[in-house]
Write a protein that binds this ligand. Sequence first.
Ligand code: 5RP
Length: 234
Amino acid sequence: MKTSAELIQEAKKNAALEAVKHVKDHFIVGLGSGTTVAFAIEALGKRAKEENIKIMGIPSSYQTFQLAVQHGIQITTLDEHPVIDITIDGADQVTPELHLIKGMGAALLREKIVATASKYNIIIVDESKRVKVLGENNQTVPIEILPFALALVERKIASLGGTSIIREGKGKLGPIITDNGNMIIDVNFGLIRKPKEMAFKVKNIPGVIETGFFVDLTDLVYIATENKIEKLEK
Ligand code: 5RP
């Protein structure tokens, strides 16, 4: 019998394989980050090779860059291709309105840039990421901040009702430093019934570089279990 961890891996792979079907020849593909996207990168590399289609990827993190290279996906940049045809990314929470929390992999800044540059955004998740309201199950919202502004940002976040924790590294003492040289704080806001408003208020704090609220950015979500895939559309 399969363990629950194995079933989750299968679900992630199923969602990824479904998303990759949307990619067409000559597409510029935004590549999100995380364990679910890793399955999509592998499948994209396979498609490019087996079907001889030409695609180019714009990675949202060093992790994704390395994976894409490993799977033979040609890399390009936003400077060369400012408009992306499709982006495939994962998420930490997804609501029925297609609002997301992202950033548990600390790649949220580039992920949001890639998503915003993209004509079509697909999110791939396993069933455990589905919620009614963002912030359920004590899910925190990752926020990328300029280290210089930490004390100010924490104070302002507290005035919005949030409790912040600096994200610590694994295999490194002290705070993690993102691919962009910044810090991440994980903020518990409780249930977030108005994510658009909250995202706006947080983003407005000087020193906040980007928030893990992804609102009105997603076109399609594939939510998978090990044996079924559900499609949520805008
Ligand atoms: C990274 C992200 C990831 O997409 C998110 O954390 C989901 O990751 P996983 O697919 O590993 O569960 O936002 O910044």
